[in-house]
Design a protein around this ligand. Structure first.
Ligand code: ES4
Ligand code: ZN
Length: 326
């Protein structure tokens, strides 16, 4: 079996996928038509042509515009179903989905419409394929801590459907400490905790996410290589990093895939995982990310096997399920 076949076929978990980032231009246009929403792009091709990003913010502006077509529970179901079918095709057995409720509640879409639509698709995937998964609710870090607390209140009736809490959107200028109190409350409530840190922001944001937010995983975290002491800590404490290779190239975190530091991180013993982040915007799903790494970097079979093991070890699943998957 070639290494490319191995990475495609190996069973794996995905731990960093924004479900709104799985919305393909075709579905954006179909939902816009179904819901009578006006788009600022004349065609699917024109929209796709706008996916030329220079940094995180240039992407986020288009990503929030794309999400504006989502109005009904069925819209959230259809979006999630399409992602889960792609995930199943990539031999993903377990997936933890980020969602951004504030992007929707700000437009008058009820919290329950969002969660119920996504949750129903996850339930169907479990019934049909035995796929497991859960939802991670993200706070938008460009908004206030007070707005995060309000969102947490809205989430409480649905807490049985929410596995964890995350932090995403514009990183620079919105350090983890801005959300220290709301994360402390989420921890008391028993949620798992994660945060985006060290994608565009400095390694200090990785440290404060760990020390002040008490997160269990770091989303991205690739800038930790700027701080050798921090890197050693991440390895010693086995803090998983959910790395997103194609995302990092599209958002110019690294100039080319050959310059990506994922093998440096893996070889230093960090619990690195590979993920798709926003697959509809960044040019690929899970297996596309793995294949891109194999094509650009000296990935060995032991690296591939380690990435798959790490994905299950870093997942928020109970001991029995972990044993079954490992
Ligand atoms: C995101 Cl790549 C990335 N970074 C931060 N926030 C996000 N939301 C969706 N994708
Ligand atoms: Zn992300």
């Amino acid at each position: 079996l070639s290494l490319i076949e191995l990475v495609k076929n190996m069973p794996k978990a995905e731990l960093h996928i924004h479900i709104e980032g799985s919305l393909e231009p075709e579905l954006i246009f179909a939902l816009a038509q179904r819901n009578g929403v006006e788009l600022n792009y004349p065609s699917i091709e024109a929209l796709r042509a706008a996916y030329a990003f220079t940094n995180l913010q240039s992407f986020l502006d288009i990503y929030y515009a794309g999400a504006s077509v989502l109005l009904t529970e069925q819209d959230f179901y259809d979006m999630t179903r399409a992602y889960l079918e792609r995930a199943h095709a990539d031999n993903i057995l377990h997936t933890e989905l980020f969602f951004d409720p504030q992007t929707h509640t700000a437009r008058g879409v009820e919290f329950g419409v969002v969660v119920n639509g996504i949750q129903r698709a996850l339930r169907d995937a479990h019934a049909e394929w035995g796929m497991t998964g859960g939802l991670i609710m993200c706070f938008l870090r460009h908004l206030s801590e007070e707005e995060a607390f309000l969102t947490l209140e809205q989430a409480l009736p649905y807490r049985e459907h929410i596995l964890g809490i995350g932090l995403d959107s514009s990183e620079r200028g919105h350090p983890p400490e801005k959300f220290a109190r709301v994360f402390a409350r989420c921890k008391e409530l028993g949620f798992h905790l994660v945060a985006h840190a060290g994608e565009e922001g400095p390694p200090a944001y990785i440290e404060t996410a760990l020390d002040l937010l008490q997160v269990e995983r770091i989303d991205h975290g690739v800038r930790c290589t700027d701080d050798p002491v921090l890197m050693q800590r991440l390895a010693l404490q086995a803090i998983p990093l959910t790395v997103c290779p194609l995302s990092n190239i599209k958002l110019c975190v690294f100039e080319t895939m050959a310059q990506h530091n994922i093998l440096t991180l893996l070889d230093a013993g960090l619990v690195v995982t590979v993920n798709s982040d926003d697959p509809a915007y960044f040019g690929g799903y899970m297996n596309d990310n793995l294949v891109a790494l194999v094509k650009a970097l000296p990935v060995q079979r032991h690296h591939a096997r380690q990435l798959a093991r790490n994905s299950f070890n870093a997942a928020f699943i109970d001991h029995n399920l972990k044993q079954k998957y490992l």
